[in-house]
Design a protein around this ligand. Structure first.
Ligand SMILES: [Zn+2]
Length: 221
């Protein structure tokens, strides 16, 4: 996977990714509904017509990553894939209790409560449930699904064959590379990080902030 094959669609604090694959495109995370137009513009600019959109993969079920799924299903007939353990979040709006590691995370969660309407998720029914180890080759995407729970129970990473990891919120890089700021299960997160440490990961594309090189960070894990 070349850098040029990945378009980062920045939606203020969160990223969606438009990825060029064999004979089409895959979207990894869809961002916030208020940025629908931006998402669509990027898709059009790249030539991602409905028949070219092979799959939408969600790294987890949070509203800021799943925000445009309902619309993609309606208007692009997109197939949305997620790990089963996060399906309740997008189908019924299940709310997870999580530990917040930073002050920013606490402030953001407060703002979210106050502006509930703006930050609420349009529910939808996922089309595909992803499993650990699943090969995405049938969608033209040379990548494997890694179930890496901790941020949420159904958090996944998507690791391309040449070492690019779409990490969701297991990693973040807003000011510097770091691990998840919201944690649903610390023990699971630790296990997931241990597992990732042993893998051949070159570049990490986190859900929030800029991509970073794993080699510059793995020592701190
Ligand atoms: Zn997030």
């Amino acid at each position: 996977m070349q850098k040029e094959d990945i378009t980062i669609i920045r939606m203020t604090f969160v990223n969606a990714f438009l990825v060029k694959v064999k004979e089409g495109f895959v979207i990894v995370d869809t961002g916030l509904p208020m940025f629908w137009e931006k998402l669509e513009n990027e898709m059009m600019a790249a030539g991602c017509l409905p028949d070219k959109l092979k799959l939408v993969v969600l790294t987890h079920g949070d509203f800021d990553h799943a925000g445009n799924c309902a619309k993609l299903q309606q208007e692009y007939k997109a197939r949305i894939a997620i790990h089963k353990e996060d399906s309740g979040m997008v189908e019924q709006g299940v709310f997870l209790k999580r530990k917040m590691r930073t002050l920013t995370a606490r402030i953001f969660s407060l703002i979210r409560k106050l502006k509930k309407r703006k930050f609420s998720l349009e529910k939808f029914k996922p089309d595909i449930f992803l499993n650990d180890g699943q090969d995405l080759g049938e969608y033209g995407f040379d990548a494997t699904v890694l179930h890496i729970p901790g941020h949420t129970p159904g958090s996944i990473g998507v690791l391309t064959d040449d070492g690019t990891l779409f990490a969701g919120d297991t990693f973040t890089n807003r000011r510097k590379p770091d691990i998840a700021t919201y944690i649903e299960n610390q023990e699971q997160l630790n296990k997931s990080l241990d597992r990732l440490k042993k893998m051949n990961i070159k570049t990490v594309y986190p859900g929030h902030g800029e991509p970073f090189e794993m080699s510059s960070f793995s020592g701190q894990l």
